[in-house]
Ligand binder design. Structure first.
Ligand code: FE2
Length: 460
């Protein structure tokens, strides 16, 4: 199987090596020759890759192993067992950066042997063991707030007409709320209908919502997106139409409390101090208060605003004891997190959809409902319609269709590398005579301003 790297490396060899090393460190005393031998094997396997690239990224997504986001064959029972073992440990990614030393592999193996899921964060525990070049993925902090890039506040590319209309109406609703005016329930109801009957049924709009968003979508854009994504998930889990409408209303207004919080705190890069964090977190209670006072809304709407940052094990905020969030709140949480990580923030670059799914998989069980995350990830494609991707043969293409049952290999409209002029149609699911894929998608690429994605999707 081909990989985009000049020096193909079998990620399973590194994973297997680490799993074996983990057992050896639990069985033999430090310095045992078997440990030394295994360490050397892992060191050689990763060094081959790190010669050519800065980082070796091994991710396990839905039971498949990805090397730098490209899937690798995991057939064979032994490999499946290895993946199951890692999953049982809660490890779903190992990233190794250039400069890694053998001692660090040893420390990670020891850590994994003793690891029981409790205590400080994995990153902290590894740092305490002096591991600087290997990260073990379990939980990714969503809001690291260390960047200060300026993004536009709203989309700059042309949007699907109904989607653009819904954003405009949501903006009005949120501006009214920010000015202390009561929420106009009729406007909200119309907007809910527009979202259900037009926006959620438009492939172009869905593509724009699912893809990476190169703008800092402030509350109103975010809310429209979360509504459509919640609806998508709600339909998948079989909610009836009345409940779907209630879900869309609640998702649309789940962050309305943010209108009461100074924008400089909402957008602040860098670490938030305790008071600022408390202020941000109060958007849940503030939102619920506003919504309770608005007559004509569905009774669950304030509840969902209150609960959408609470985890399925009763963690998160606000503190409501061990109370488990309402299932509808759990749906909005999944949509909210996907939307937040695929969007830009002053403190965060947007994350491509396929990596967003991986982050969500890491949050499943603790913060998010596992069944809902699975349903969501299965419902969306890794490379949504309208997203721009590069293949392992360095072709640039726009995703114009997906192949049922093979979400990682969509159909592309190839584009000229320089002019972005559309050229041939290409099905990336094609395999050669030996049954191997001819190419994989190696990465998502930002859609440049002015590219007529909608036109190309319609033409397709
Ligand atoms: Fe929120």
């Amino acid at each position: 199987m081909s990989t985009p790297s000049a020096a193909p490396v079998d990620p399973l060899a590194v994973l297997k090596g680490l799993a074996a090393l983990r057992r050896l460190t639990g069985t033999y005393p430090p310095g045992h020759p078997m440990i030394g031998q295994k360490l050397k094997e892992i060191g050689d396997a990763s060094a081959a890759h790190l010669q050519h690239s800065e980082v070796l990224r091994i991710d396990v997504i839905r039971g498949d192993v990805f090397l730098d986001s490209v899937p690798t064959s995991t057939e064979g029972q032994a490999n499946q067992q290895l993946i199951a073992q890692l999953a049982a440990l809660g490890v779903d990614s190992i990233h190794i950066t250039r400069g890694v030393e053998l001692d660090e592999f040893l420390s990670v193996a020891e850590f994994l042997w003793q690891f029981n899921g409790s205590g400080d964060s994995v990153a902290y525990q590894l740092a305490a063991r002096n591991v600087r070049h290997i990260s073990v993925g379990r939980l990714v902090p969503l809001d690291t707030r260390w960047r200060a890039q300026q993004w536009p506040d709203a989309p700059t590319a042309p949007l699907d007409a109904d989607y653009a209309e819904s954003i405009l109406r949501a903006q009005q609703t949120f501006e009214d709320a920010a000015a202390g005016k009561p929420i106009d329930v009729v406007t909200v109801r119309d907007l809910v209908q527009l979202l259900i009957h037009k926006v959620a049924r438009s492939n172009a709009a869905l593509g724009q919502i699912l893809a990476v968003k190169q703008y800092e979508n402030l509350t109103y854009c975010h809310s429209v997106n979360v509504s459509v994504l919640s609806l998508m998930l709600g339909k998948q889990v079989g909610l009836d139409e009345t409940t779907q409408a209630a879900l869309v209303e609640a998702a649309l207004l789940h962050d309305v409390g943010k209108t009461q919080i100074p924008l400089e705190i909402v957008k602040k890069p860098g670490v938030l101090d305790k008071n600022e964090r408390k202020t941000i977190e109060s958007h849940t209670t503030l939102g619920a208060e506003i919504l309770v006072q608005t007559s004509g809304l569905h009774p669950l709407t304030p509840t969902i605003a209150l609960e959408h940052h609470r985890g399925v094990k009763g963690t998160g905020y606000p503190d409501l004891g061990n109370a488990i969030p309402h299932p509808m709140s759990q749906i909005v949480s999944v949509a909210d997190i996907y939307e937040a990580i695929t969007g830009a923030r002053t403190y965060q670059d947007p994350t491509p959809p396929e990596r967003a799914c991986l982050i969500m998989a890491r949050l499943a069980g603790e913060k998010l409902n596992t069944a809902l995350v699975k349903t969501f990830v299965n419902a969306i494609t890794f490379f949504p319609l309208g997203s721009l991707v590069r293949t392992s043969r360095n072709e640039l293409g726009l995703v114009i269709a997906t192949n049922q049952g093979d979400p990682l290999h969509p159909v592309l409209r190839l584009l000229d590398q320089l002019t972005y002029e559309p050229t041939d149609r290409l099905n990336t699911a094609l395999r050669d005579a030996s049954g191997t894929y001819e190419r994989h998608i190696s990465q998502s690429v930002p859609v440049p301003e002015g590219l007529d994605v909608r036109g190309m999707l319609e033409a397709a």
